[in-house]
Design a protein around this ligand. Structure first.
Ligand code: LFR
Length: 509
């Protein structure tokens, strides 16, 4: 039996943790070693990540793990997408490490289109080159903003890393750019996995920043001596998982299959964002995909994650902050209970409306949206919570319809993975709004996917060759099915959602 321990560092946009995993008795066993908050900080009007604080927490987690486990074999980091770090030739950080919600990206999508030939031609060119949905948070627009603002980093930087790569660099001393997270940059060709040099140059972004792209399961080397010393981790390999959290989460979906030609299941990776889509064998860079604004992100084993970013539990989470600001400390449980007892469909909100992207106060933003769209404000606190969940479920319904058109098949089952599966009200709403069976779990999909890919990279699962991942993925998913329970929700009042769904579509006009 192989009982070697692997450490997943899983950084989400609001919290991070270090989770140990090992296969024991034919099951994947998890143990949370360390958990910490990830709070961005406002520095001179720019929203930035506290990477020093995060690194200190990661080191602390690794130190605790080293005291707890003897045979630690590898460590790997996954994070949210799109954000990056620039370093100079002396291995110093060359620019502020910004949060994707920073306001400096405003207007950059339009600016990029203009540079690339105008609103229509620029959009067409960029989509054709990258197959990605347009979101101003994408790295390419952040870099364009740096170019447009004459940021010094554009002259002094000589290396670009996504967030996971950055922490792998700190761990191993080696620079790398892992493929799945790089695919969120909107600078890669989804067909070849290579940088779209011509487009990048046209935007004035220095291409010398962009090094070779590495596949998940690649071993970078061992933890570097300075890190080994402070953590006590000796001879531990740094192995690239799918560093994009969503790609790791999708790997941990408990299905029997991989990248089907005609998928009849889809996933929702549910957290601060909801990433809803299908896993496919190859990208769909089609007109319809562009029209629906879906993305072709890179998955493990050369698969494509055809998905859409939906506003997730962000609004729900921010409502809690609004309440705190009003001196009202509410727990998640009580928010769900209050949402449950609130009257349905009082106020419909579109979770993807720009008003909700980064408001100072979410409750005020919802009130503003209500009056703007001529709807009544909720009569009680629970009404706000309920509206944020119903809005999301309605969004899922619309997204499902688009997905079915894109993959030209009926989606029978929706798999929800991630922290959002704990919100059972939302899971039931999803089954009802979409009129489909919903299967939830595992809740720790991202960390699990991270661990699985490290096991693949160290030869614990599959052949150990990053080029031959199909069998390894099938084995990984089997292990997930055998290790973690799932929960099934069947639709029971689907018809109730028809009228609100029509109103909801009207909201977008
Ligand atoms: C989810 C996620 C999404 C990405 C968003 C911003 O955590 O990684 O996939 O679009 O965060 O990075």
């Amino acid at each position: 039996p192989n009982t070697s321990v692997h450490l997943a560092v899983d950084l989400g946009a609001s919290s991070g943790r270090v989770i140990a995993g090992r296969i024991d008795g034919g099951k994947l066993q998890l143990e949370e070693v360390h958990r910490f908050a990830n709070d961005p900080v406002m520095i001179q009007n720019s929203l930035q990540w506290n990477v020093h604080g995060l690194w200190a927490e990661i080191l602390e987690g690794l130190r605790i793990a080293a005291t707890r486990f003897e045979s630690i074999r590898s460590v790997g980091v996954d994070t949210w997408g799109v954000d990056y770090v620039l370093v100079d030739e002396n291995d110093q950080i060359a620019s502020p490490i910004r949060h994707y919600r920073d306001a400096r990206n405003n207007g950059m999508v339009e600016r990029a289109f203009e540079i690339l030939g105008g609103a229509e031609e620029g959009r067409r060119r960029m989509f054709e080159a990258t197959g990605l949905q347009f979101m101003q948070i994408n790295s390419v627009f952040q870099l364009l903003s740096a170019v447009e603002h004459n940021e010094r980093s554009m002259q002094i930087a000589d290396g670009f890393m996504m967030m996971g790569d950055f922490f792998h660099w700190l761990l191993s001393g080696k620079r790398s750019i892992e493929a799945t997270n790089a695919s969120t940059s909107q600078m890669l060709d989804p067909r070849t996995g290579r940088w779209q040099t011509e487009m990048i140059e046209a935007l004035g972004i220095p291409t010398k920043l962009l090094g070779p792209v590495s596949l998940p399961a690649t071993t970078l080397g061992n933890v570097q001596p300075s890190v080994a010393e402070v953590t006590g981790l000796k001879d531990v390999a740094v192995v690239l998982p799918a560093t994009h959290d969503t790609a790791s989460a999708v790997l941990a979906v408990p299905v029997d299959g991989f990248a089907p030609e005609k998928p009849d299941w889809c996933y929702i990776s549910s957290g601060t964002w909801s990433l809803m889509g299908c896993e496919l064998a190859s990208p769909r860079v089609t007109e319809q995909c562009s029209e629906f604004n879906f993305t072709n992100e890179g998955g493990v084993g050369g698969s494509t994650r055809l998905l859409k970013n939906l506003g997730g539990l962000w609004i729900f989470q921010q409502l809690r902050k609004s309440m705190q600001r009003r001196g009202n400390e509410v727990t998640w449980e009580s928010m769900v209970t209050q949402a449950e007892s609130a009257a349905p469909f009082q106020l419909l909100i579109d979770p993807d409306h720009p008003d909700f992207a980064a408001p100072t106060d979410m409750l005020d933003a919802i009130d503003g949206f209500a009056s703007k769209t001529g709807q009544p404000k909720p009569d009680a606190e629970g009404g706000y919570y309920r509206a944020s969940l119903e809005g999301l479920a309605l969004r899922y319904r619309v997204c499902l319809g688009m997905l079915e058109q894109l993959v030209d098949n009926r989606i029978e089952t929706i798999h929800i993975v991630g922290g959002g599966t704990m919100n059972e009200l939302l899971c039931q709403m999803t089954a009802d709004a979409c009129n489909r069976t919903v299967i939830t779990g595992p809740v720790e999909a991202t960390a699990i996917g991270n661990l699985l890919m490290q096991m693949v990279g160290t030869g614990v699962i599959g052949s150990g060759n990053p080029q031959e991942l199909t069998t390894a993925v099938l084995q990984s998913r089997k292990l997930v099915r055998e290790s973690f329970a799932v929960k099934t929700y069947t639709p029971h009042n689907a018809a109730q959602w028809d009228e609100p769904a029509q109103r909801f579509v009207g909201l977008a006009d």
